[in-house]
Design a protein around this ligand. Structure first.
Ligand SMILES: [Zn+2]
Ligand SMILES: [Zn+2]
Length: 142
């Protein structure tokens, strides 16, 4: 997807104080079923668009940075607390943005399930996407 730079990608947090703008389409789009993403997002599963570092900008800023797990830094809107970004040490040069922030979410269906072994037992997503029982880091670092 990374070579499609034809149309811009925009988005915002819940309150609108933070805006985002990306100049490249995401490297990948994924569901993550891990408990850490679940808590950070508040939903039964999180979904992210992974952008190449430097191709997405936040205005006025990426917000407040919080790290509760070694190797993981997330940022949240200073005003409303919406999750804005996630970065993992083991997935370098990549910024994970909650899919729901984008204005063009319909254009970016998820391609994989990460951490599917942590999926809630009652959550049934009926698709044929690959399901990784770990972080899918080898797949995401391709
Ligand atoms: Zn996760
Ligand atoms: Zn906000």
């Amino acid at each position: 997807m990374a070579d499609d730079i034809t149309s811009e990608i925009t988005g915002r947090c819940y309150c609108g104080a933070t805006r985002l703008h990306a100049t490249e389409t995401p490297l990948s789009v994924l569901y993550c079923h891990c408990t850490d993403c679940r808590r950070a997002s508040g939903g039964p599963v999180a979904a992210f668009a992974a952008f190449r570092e430097g191709t997405i900008a936040f205005s006025p800023s990426e917000g407040r940075a919080i790290s509760c797990v070694p190797g993981v830094i997330r940022t949240f809107c200073e005003t409303c607390g919406s999750p804005l970004t996630g970065r993992n040490d083991y997935l370098p040069n990549t910024v994970y943005v909650p899919l729901g922030l984008l204005d063009q979410t319909d254009r970016f269906p998820p391609q994989i399930h990460a951490q599917d072994d942590n999926r809630l037992q009652w959550l049934h997503i009926n698709d044929d996407l690959p399901r990784h029982t770990s972080s899918a880091r080898s797949k995401l670092n391709e």
